[in-house]
Write a protein that binds this ligand. Structure first.
Ligand SMILES: *[C@@H]1O[C@H](CO)[C@@H](O)[C@H](O)[C@H]1NC(C)=O
Ligand SMILES: *[C@@H]1O[C@H](CO)[C@@H](O)[C@H](O)[C@H]1NC(C)=O
Ligand SMILES: *[C@@H]1O[C@H](CO)[C@@H](O)[C@H](O)[C@H]1NC(C)=O
Ligand SMILES: *[C@@H]1O[C@H](CO)[C@@H](O)[C@H](O)[C@H]1NC(C)=O
Length: 643
């Protein structure tokens, strides 16, 4: 609890040295050696965060008050003001192992830019941020060009948590009501600038906005991340069903794309079973009468209940692909929703939008911020589930970018446009623990899988195989531990299906992640691939108990299920940068081969006693150790079990 009587704030005026005459304002924490010093250099205003007298972080403050600053004390800190600008610094938590402050501007009209120094030269590593197509890791290398920090189709930015933290043990968390843009390594190299301004896709109909962010200062990255979960990110209220973990998911998507019908389903299911597999059958696009009908097209599926009954009789569950749009040419349903005002409209009342299964302006997005529209959608799906025997749903899309460009949503203008994402995801999560979504924003509390956006069948960081790992880490490090990896081998877009090598490497990389999702199938390659797939599916099942233990831990503490390897060695500078290894809990270290043609790789083991099941060797590692040229031909997945 905040104990105001114990608080002493030193506000120091005056020059710190003769040659750099500058005014300083200091926020001292009582229970730690942490402090935050704001320096007015007349031409620029900045603040630095210190621990034990060492400067850990500097941030330049955008303001028009440089050189004319006045200050006044507040119960928890101080306010700097001048020339009509005002910034409040306030201590929020003051503990021995953790300090937290907020920096806020309220009711401002002009754009503001605060630039966080990334200090990559000093070897600080940064984590968190958004899901994206070019998923580099650690994230200080990324480039953002005035990126509107909302969930959107562009850049595969389906998750955009306003949360970044570093290996010094410092995080930044920006409140959701700030109209935030990110500019990183663009106008200023080695800086991540937080820009708040009134511009689309945020609300532009009110002249004023708030810009508040919080800084946590902990002992190291792990420590401070757990604090961020407690204070801001939140933890899940439950976890996905073990059934989706233990056995694979078989989707029709990558293998058949939209060419599905009853015959295809039966043929696919029979193949799965005949090769000795089982699990969840996922009927993807295109099964509807028309997009948005939520009824089966009888020419493709003459008797769906009969089909799901049969799938159930083979021991498989059945799930169905769902999107939140209605196309204009799906007129019975479109007209009903349009007349009832169930679509997201812009300020002129226009509801036209576009998605990947419509032409421009030929579809509309159901407005989940209106409870009646959300209920209408929910009730139709619930009825469909009853009538068809479908067990659950895969929910696609959901990013706020699918609305018309300046939507009128039912919420305060400060929640634009993120509210639509949250309300969509919250509505569909009511279908329970077999649900998957792919968009997320401030929804870490939901007990459902969040899927990685469609991966591409290639070997590079441009959404290819290496990003299966870096996206896994990114999602875990912004509070989404229930990660559903995308399809094994990638989606094979542009007539580029996976070859044997990338399929096997992808499968291996996936084994210690929460769920295995096939669409391309092992028997389309050769019998060796079938044998390997059976082996890895069994290995995944063998470790399902540990995955579920970590799911439970995520529910009780918010801890990641698949952390990066520095999680168990936060001070280890090498571990902090490893992007092609990951952990399952704190027990298994996985180092899959993700490089084309490679039959060996270098593996970094942080301190610990590690058992290598492939070679039956134990390594007693005192301070971190490289295993160079570890042999890993196509049938070897390097992994290590910690004692
Ligand atoms: C089902 O789809 C397959 C593949 O597109 C096609 O060859 C077959 O004729 C279809 N069957 C029926 C009954 O429509
Ligand atoms: C249901 O499917 C089975 C095959 O699983 C078939 O033999 C049967 O005729 C079907 N019944 C109906 C009513 O379509
Ligand atoms: C509706 O439009 C979509 C996308 O343009 C098209 O693929 C589909 O065939 C159309 N459906 C009907 C029933 O006209
Ligand atoms: C907007 O949301 C509130 C709260 O959920 C609800 O009471 C109200 O009816 C909604 N308005 C519309 C137009 O749906």
């Amino acid at each position: 609890m905040w104990r105001i009587v114990k608080l002493i704030i030193f506000i120091v005026f005056g020059c710190t040295s003769l040659c750099t005459c500058a005014t300083q304002f200091t926020l001292n924490f009582i229970y730690s050696t942490n402090k935050v010093v704001v320096t007015d250099r007349y031409y620029a205003l900045e603040y630095s965060i210190y621990r034990d007298g060492e400067r850990l972080q500097t941030v330049s403050l955008g303001t028009g008050m440089g050189g004319f600053i006045k200050s006044r004390k507040t119960p928890r800190g101080f306010v700097l003001f001048g020339r009509g600008d005002e910034i409040e610094f306030a201590i929020e938590v003051d503990e021995q192992r953790y300090s937290q402050l907020s920096i806020s501007r309220k009711n401002i009209a002009k754009p503001v830019t605060d630039c966080v120094e990334l200090s990559s030269k000093e070897g600080v590593n940064w984590y968190g941020g958004n899901e994206q197509r070019w998923q580099d890791y650690p994230i200080q290398k990324l480039v953002h060009k005035h990126n509107s920090y909302v969930t959107k189709e562009e850049f595969n930015q389906a998750i955009a948590e306003r949360y970044w933290f570093n290996s010094h043990g410092i995080y930044f968390y920006v409140d959701l009501d700030a109209p935030l843009f990110i500019d990183q390594n663009n106008e200023q190299i080695d800086f991540m600038c937080l820009i708040a301004k009134r511009a689309l896709p945020y609300d532009i109909y009110h002249s004023r906005f708030d810009f508040t962010y919080h800084i946590g200062i902990g002992l190291n990255a792990r420590d401070v991340h757990m604090k961020a979960i407690e204070k801001f990110l939140g933890k899940p209220s439950g976890h996905p069903d073990e059934a989706m973990v233990r056995e694979p998911i078989w989707s029709t998507w990558a293998r058949y794309k939209a060419d599905v019908n009853e015959t295809v389903v039966r043929t696919f299911a029979n193949e799965i079973l005949s090769f000795g597999f089982k699990g969840q059958f996922e009927l993807d696009d295109d099964w509807e009468k028309c997009y948005g009908a939520l009824e089966f097209r009888e020419s493709k599926f003459p008797n769906i209940k009969n089909l799901t009954d049969w799938l159930h009789s083979t021991g498989m569950r059945v799930t169905l692909w769902i999107h939140p749009f209605i196309n204009k040419n799906c007129s019975d349903w479109y007209d009903t929703a349009k007349n009832a005002k169930y679509f997201v409209a812009d300020h002129s009342g226009n509801t036209d939008t576009q998605w990947w299964n419509s032409k421009r302006g030929e579809a509309a997005y159901i407005d989940f911020t209106k409870p009646v529209a959300a209920n209408w959608f929910y009730n139709r799906l619930n009825q469909l589930r009853k009538d068809s025997g479908i067990d659950s749903y895969k929910f696609d899309a959901g990013e706020s970018s699918w609305t018309p460009p300046d939507p009128v949503l039912n919420g305060t203008h400060r929640q634009h446009p993120s509210k639509i994402v949250q309300d969509y995801v919250r509505t569909v999560s009511m279908f329970g623990p077999l649900v998957e979504v792919r968009a997320a924003q401030n929804t870490q509390d939901l007990p459902i899988f969040v899927r990685m956006i469609d991966k591409d069948t290639r070997w590079n960081l441009n959404n290819g195989l290496p990003t299966l790992i870096t996206t896994l880490l990114q999602m875990n490090l912004v509070g989404y531990p229930f990660v559903l990896p995308d399809m094994i081998g990638g989606n094979g877009y542009d007539n580029n299906p996976p070859n044997k090598e990338i399929f096997v490497r992808w499968l291996q990389a996936n084994v210690f992640m929460p769920s295995l999702q096939f669409s391309y199938v092992p028997w389309d390659f050769d019998t060796e691939v079938v044998q390997l797939a059976l082996k890895y599916v069994a290995l995944h099942a063998e470790w399902t108990k540990l995955i579920m233990e970590r799911f439970d831990l995520a529910v009780s503490t918010g801890a990641p299920v698949n952390p990066p390897i520095w999680w168990i060695a936060p001070k280890d500078k090498i571990a902090q940068t490893i992007s092609d290894e990951f952990l399952l809990g704190e027990k298994i270290l996985v180092a899959p081969v993700v490089v084309e043609g490679a039959i060996k790789r270098d593996i970094y083991l942080p301190a610990g006693i590690w058992y290598d099941p492939n070679l039956d060797i134990t390594y007693d590692v005192a301070e971190g150790r490289w295993l160079n040229d570890y042999s890993a031909p196509l049938d070897v997945l390097p992994y290590f079990i910690k004692n």
